[in-house]
Design a protein around this ligand. Structure first.
Ligand code: BDP
Length: 323
């Protein structure tokens, strides 16, 4: 080695201001939900465990509130390793890894508990593996619970006919556009961060989501009718950039997997409490909760399950069989 090169290697760490050991790996975790949200809290606790168990070799920092970008942008950053970890709705993974769309179909789960049993079991692991084994350059580690999604609108939807022609925001997945159109609405895709002003200015007539998101993203301020359709129950994978994953030792990989799974179980408790509290707050803020006959919504979306489900016939039978 030349003297110049030796010198360069010696000064490099100082020139770049490295603080910790040369092998330290910094995990930036991107979240679109605000601090205090169930997913954020569970993920932060996961991060603390990773830091504590890694003897300073791994650091973890949470970036909540969408400061690192929309879910789509963050996924792109994670693919190239600029963001190391994130949690996204499975809805936005579908267009890139079509195999996961089995969970994205309307009414594929009987109810919230059914979804939890499925993600906890072998089918849940299979779908995580589909993400990991795709060209996505991500490792899917665990599931967060994203609750049950219902419609919220500026004008009340008391039966399926009321939805006719309403412009309803959905996540950017053709499956959801088709689903909304099949129910009589007019599905419009946009990022989460755009919904608030789109509701305010009347670009859309409504959206659909769980109670914590309706509350915490302030959508309820411009959409006071919450119709309990329960059409989607979307779990949310926690993913790590494969570039980051490959830089971990096998022991560190095992640690990350273990604590991510613990976060999956912890978040669910936080989720239930947050959902109950959100429902109370929404009602107190004047949001009307509308109980509706779900059957017409189920029937209207049969064509969507047929079209998107044809590749998943066996899997859907297995999902059905989970008790
Ligand atoms: C929330 C999910 C979040 C989604 C958001 C949305 O937790 O990941 O991005 O819905 O619909 O329930 O955009």
């Amino acid at each position: 080695m030349t003297f110049k090169r030796k010198l360069l290697l010696a000064v490099l760490p100082f020139a770049f201001g490295f603080a910790g050991p040369a092998s330290a790996l910094d995990i930036k975790f991107a979240e679109i939900h605000p601090a205090g949200y169930p997913t954020v809290v569970a993920e932060q606790n996961m991060g603390k465990k990773i830091e504590a168990a890694s003897n300073g070799e791994i650091t973890f920092k949470m970036f909540p509130g969408g400061v690192l970008g929309s879910e789509k942008e963050v996924i792109e950053q994670a693919q190239i390793g600029a963001v190391q970890m994130t949690r996204v709705s499975l809805g936005i993974v579908g267009p890139v890894v079509p195999d996961v769309n089995v969970f994205n179909m309307p009414f594929v789960f009987r109810d919230h508990d059914h979804m939890r049993k499925v993600i906890d079991g072998e089918i849940g692991q299979e779908i995580l593996d589909k993400i990991t084994n795709s060209d996505f350059n991500l490792v899917a580690l665990a599931w967060m619970d994203g609750g049950t999604r219902n419609l919220y609108t500026k004008q009340p939807v008391r039966s399926i006919g009321d939805l006719k022609g309403m412009k309803i925001r959905v996540q950017g997945n053709p499956l959801f556009i088709d689903m909304m159109n099949a129910m009589g609405g007019n599905g419009i895709a946009m990022d989460t961060g755009e919904i608030f002003s789109a509701l305010q200015t009347g670009v859309i007539d409504g959206a659909e989501n769980n109670p914590p998101t309706l509350l915490e993203h302030n959508h309820y301020q411009n959409a006071k009718y919450y119709t309990l359709t329960g059409h989607l129950i979307l779990p949310e994978p926690v993913v790590m950039s494969k570039t980051t994953w490959n830089a971990l030792t096998p022991e560190q990989q095992a640690l990350v997997k273990k604590v991510a799974r613990e976060a999956q179980m912890e978040e669910r408790e936080l989720w239930d409490a947050k959902t109950a509290a959100s429902e109370e707050k929404l009602k107190a803020a004047g949001v009307e909760f509308i109980t509706v006959d779900k059957k017409p919504f189920y029937d209207a979306t049969a064509s969507v399950r047929e079209q998107y489900g044809k590749d998943f016939a066996d899997l859907m039978k297995r999902i059905d069989a989970v008790n």
